[in-house]
Design a protein around this ligand. Sequence first.
Ligand SMILES: *Cc1c(COP(=O)(O)O)cnc(C)c1O
Length: 393
Amino acid sequence: MSPDLSLRPTRPAWAEIDLDTIAHNVRTIAAAVAPAAVMPVLKANAYGHGAAPVAQAALEAGASRLAVVCVDEGEQLRRAGIRAPILVLSYTPLADAERAVELDLTLTITSRRMATALSGFASAKGRTSRVHLKVDTGLNRFGSGPAELRELANAIRGLPGLEVEGLFTHFIDGALADLTTEQTERWLSAGAELDWIPVRHAANSGGIITVPLAHGDVVRPGIVLYGCFPDHSLKHRLDVRPALSLKALIGRVHEVEPGETVGYSATWRAERPSRVGLVMIGYADGYPRALSDKAAMLVRGERAPVIGRVSMDVTAVDLTDIPGAEVEDEVVVVGRQGELEITADELADLAGTINHEVFTGLPARLPRLYLRGGRPVAMSTLNEFRQLEPVLP
Ligand SMILES: *Cc1c(COP(=O)(O)O)cnc(C)c1O
C-alpha cells in the first residue's frame, strides 16, 4: 500500500491501524455475546492503537459504551467529541471527582466518601453522576467483598444526583475456564440481592471466550478487540484479526567483514562478509530491547534476523541473504508482507512478555496512520492529528 501523499508518516517508523478491522472485530464479538452489549476497553491509548479513532470506529460498528482506567483518558475521548457513556474502571482519587462529573464520566467507586463527593458535585450542577460498583471475586485487587458490597450499595442508594448503574467483577485468568466459572458464580450471587442495579458485567477477552454465563448485560473486550488473544490456548476461538501493523524504513545498508561486530556491547559478530541494514525503529518506539539478537523483521517478503542490540532509535538486521534490499525499503516489524507474518505474540514470546505490553509500549512519538478501505484517512503524530475524511465528528 502506498500511503496517500498528504498523509505520509512524519517519521521513518510508524503504525498503521486498520479501522475496518476494528469494526469487524467489534461485530464479531457482538455476535458472539448477543444480546449482551459491547463496551470496548480503550485504556492506554486503546492498547497503543489510538483511543479516539478506535472509539469512533467501535461505536459505528455497534459498541454502545466505552471503558478507560482514568479520568484523563475519559477526557481525551470527550475532547474528541465522543458522547457515549464512558466507564472509568479503576480507582479514582477524590480530587478527580468534580472533573469526572463535568466530563460526564461513570466512575467505579469503592467508598461512601467518593459517593458523597460525587453526589454533592452532581447535585450542585443539576446533573446525575452514574457509578458502578465492583465486587472482588478472587483477584484481590480492587472491589469490595460480597458483604461490604451490600453495605456500600445500600448506603449510597438514593443519594441525590447519584445513580448506581452497574455492578461488575474482574477475572484472574479468563483462559482458566473453571476458575472463571467460579468467579462468575460469586459475582452472580453477590449481585442477587442487589436486583435494583440494572447493568451487570464481568467478561474480559478471556471470559468472553470461555464462560458464556459471564456475558451478563455488557462485555469488556480488550485484547480481542485489537485482534489478539489473551492466551495461546484461546487462539482462533473468535474470528478476530490483528488491526495494527508496525513498519519502518531502512536508513542505511552497509557491508561488514568477518570478525567485525555490530551495535552496542558487540553482542553480534559477523562470521562471513555480511550486509547490514539499519531499520529506523528502536526501543523508544516500542520495539523491545529484549528482542536484541532474537527477533526478525520482514524485508522484501523474507525474514531478516535482528542482529546485535536493539538501540533506542534503530535496530540492525542481517540482509546478507536478501541482496536486493536497499535504503528506503519498507520493513514490516509487526504485520504481514507477502506470504509471511510477524505477530505481536511472536515478539511478546521472544521478549518474555505478553501482547498487551507490546501494544501499550507503542509511544506517542510513533506516527499512527488510520486506514479505511485500505487507505489512510487520518494520522496522529507527536504534534498533530490530521484527517482527510472525518473519522471523528
Ligand atoms: C483491561 C481490562 C479489561 C480488558 O482485558 P483484556 O484481557 O485485554 O480483554 C477488562 N476489564 C477490566 C477491568 C480491565 O482492567
